[in-house]
Design a protein around this ligand. Structure first.
Ligand code: NAG
Length: 380
């Protein structure tokens, strides 16, 4: 925009000098980019905040053994890395609504950000929401993983919010979160939620007997929820529609909320906006040595999902290298330096004879979005 405006002026030289100065300023500036620079393809105005929902539950009582305790520690650690990547790339404010089963756990989560530099901490806020299940549905709380079905009740718990993005804790951003939020504005007039395709499991696994959305089902790790629209969901509203599905398919449901959501949007496909697979890239999209996500091959992964413990184990060293790079990143240091370490860590990652490291361009797939981010920052 500025480019075109400038060209209309007679004094092209002044324009060049000015733009040169701006570029130099941006190059030297470690702060997140100003909003107007971020949106190259979709010219959405920068939202004043991006609202996320996290769900964090710890099994309480005698069941809390060593494995469970370390699962929570791992989740907290992953959340710190998620927050770091989101904050480093965003130009706006981030608000995290945290549904947790104890205030103690919530405080631990908030404490993760206490050592962030003030200019980043100021862009971050948290809200605590205790886990809630309706009285007649208390048994659903620990039917699968603890509180796995909680998300179905969230719209009822947040009567004043218009929209949120639910996100699992095992994600890292490679593209600004506001670009993910911008997909809300691409919804048609009836769509209530967005999720990315699963690309495996549904339709291929003998364990999965439930109907599912589209050719490969949906992955529920990241989900846009327009809560305003969910209130008038068919079949009596969002909660009622989900409970109907649950009661009917109860015995066939394996993957808790994800199965329920797949059955629901199998029934109401027009109410779902399909998010691109580059916004929920998982090892299953590359582990056969082929990239099942063309958009990630062309432009890079925008949001990386470390499901099946990919961030915590060495099963996919290239994917883990991305997580480790963000884990080592100190907010306030430059994204250019982060990008350089990422490339180095990807080169150093062990290549195995199977899985994602068999993709010849896997290092690019996992770093191109950061490169584009840097280019957008500089190339005004
Ligand atoms: C959610 O839907 C309502 C009703 O259609 C709309 O006014 C609102 O802008 C939507 N929210 C977002 C973030 O798109």
């Amino acid at each position: 925009m500025l480019y075109r405006l400038c060209l209309k002026r007679r004094d092209a030289l002044l324009f060049l000098v000015l733009c040169g100065l701006v570029c130099l300023h941006l190059l030297l500036d470690d702060q997140p980019a100003a909003g107007l620079l971020d949106h190259q393809d979709d010219l959405q105005p920068l939202p004043k905040e991006v609202v996320f929902l996290l769900i964090l539950c710890q099994v309480d009582g005698p069941a809390e053994g060593h494995a469970m305790a370390s699962a929570v520690t791992r989740q907290l650690q992953q959340t710190r890395v998620l927050l770091t990547s989101a904050l480093a790339l965003t130009a706006t404010r981030l608000r995290f609504i945290v549904v947790a089963d104890s205030e103690e756990l919530y405080s631990k989560l908030v404490a993760l950000s206490t050592d962030f530099p003030p200019q980043y901490r100021d862009k971050l806020s948290f809200e605590y929401l205790p886990v809630w299940y309706p009285n007649d549905r208390l048994y659903m709380r620990n039917m699968f993983r603890e509180c796995a079905t909680e998300r179905l009740f969230v719209p009822a718990m947040l009567p004043k919010e218009d929209a949120i993005i639910y996100i699992d804790t095992d994600f890292v951003f490679l593209r600004p979160p506001e670009d993910l939020w911008a997909h809300f504005h691409k919804f048609d007039s009836v769509q209530v939620a967005a999720m990315a395709p699963c690309l495996y499991h549904y339709g291929t696994s003998k364990n999965s007997q439930v109907p599912f959305y589209g050719p490969t089902g949906l992955n529920a790790g990241v989900m846009h929820m327009n809560l305003t629209r969910m209130k008038s969901f068919p079949d009596g509203g969002w909660l009622e529609a989900n409970l109907l599905v649950f009661d009917k398919w109860r015995d066939a449901i394996v993957l808790a909320d994800q199965d329920i959501l797949n059955i629901l949007f199998h029934k109401h496909p027009t109410l779902l906006y399909e998010l691109g697979c580059e916004w929920n890239f998982r090892l299953f999209q590359c582990r056969d040595g082929e990239n099942a996500c063309p958009a990630a091959a062309a432009e890079g992964v925008a949001l990386l999902h470390g499901n099946a413990l990919t961030f915590a184990t060495d099963r996919e060293p290239k994917i883990k290298a991305v997580y480790d790079t963000w884990d080592q990143h100190e907010l306030g240091t430059s994204i250019a330096a982060l990008y350089a370490s990422l490339r180095q860590n990807l080169r150093d990652a062990t290549i195995s004879a199977q899985g994602c490291s068999m993709l010849p361009d896997i290092d690019d797939v996992l770093s191109l979005q950061l490169l584009s981010f840097l280019k957008r920052k500089n190339a005004l």
